[in-house]
Design a protein around this ligand. Structure first.
Ligand code: HEC
Length: 168
């Protein structure tokens, strides 16, 4: 029994030591251009899903109308466009240099129009640690965060007036 326990303790110490040496010797590159680490994406997705919990069940309390979408466009221009671009706009240099790359929220296959608005609101409120996505819970009001959530949730159905508001 003692030898067995000693074996387990030795295995744990070796595993921790192995991880330490791997990181210490540069095995985990912090460069934004470095290739993905094994399991990096899987672990990150698992952690985000667990953190979000059932926030997706929360409904947008702000009524869906042009005035709120226009207000969301204003919030987006001032706080989000530098990373997420505007409809038809070019990617910023900052966005091109980031890892993970900020999704272009007005480009068809990168939109979040299928995500529950509660999930998007959670991300806008809390941010996503180690990704560059800031949390706006302390800087934008609840209404502003729901308005910008509504905007990106309807990115494929915006009126010409809202699209114009985003680009001027
Ligand atoms: C400094 C850059 C930056 C700013 C500013 C920024 N974001 Fe992000 N955002 C990111 C990055 C990077 C990700 C990707 C995170 C990931 O892949 O885990 C992201 C992810 C997201 C996502 C999730 C997309 C998906 O596919 O699940 C949403 C929604 C989002 N941002 C909305 C916003 C809104 C709304 C604002 C403004 C209020 C904003 N972001 C401001 C960098 C930024």
């Amino acid at each position: 029994m003692r030898a067995f326990l000693l074996g387990i303790v030795t295995a744990i110490v070796l595993a921790i030591g192995g991880v330490y040496l791997f990181v210490k010797s540069g095995g985990v590159s912090m460069e934004t251009t470095a290739p993905l680490l094994p399991f990096e994406q899987t672990l990150a997705k698992m952690a985000i899903r667990a953190s979000i919990g059932n926030a997706g069940a929360e409904k947008n309390p702000v009524p869906l109308n042009e005035a709120n979408l226009l207000a969301g466009a204003q919030v987006f221009k001032e706080n989000c466009a530098v990373c997420h671009s505007i409809p038809g706009g070019p990617r910023s240099n900052a966005s091109k240099g980031m890892f993970p790359p900020p999704p272009q929220l007005f480009t068809t296959d990168e939109m979040v129009t299928d995500d529950p608005e509660g999930v998007t609101f959670w991300k806008v409120t809390h941010g996503i640690r180690l990704s560059g996505m800031p949390g706006f819970g302390a800087t934008l009001s609840d209404i502003e965060r729901w308005q910008v959530t509504m905007l990106v949730a309807h990115a494929d159905k915006l009126s010409p007036a809202v699209q114009a508001a985003l680009s001027h």
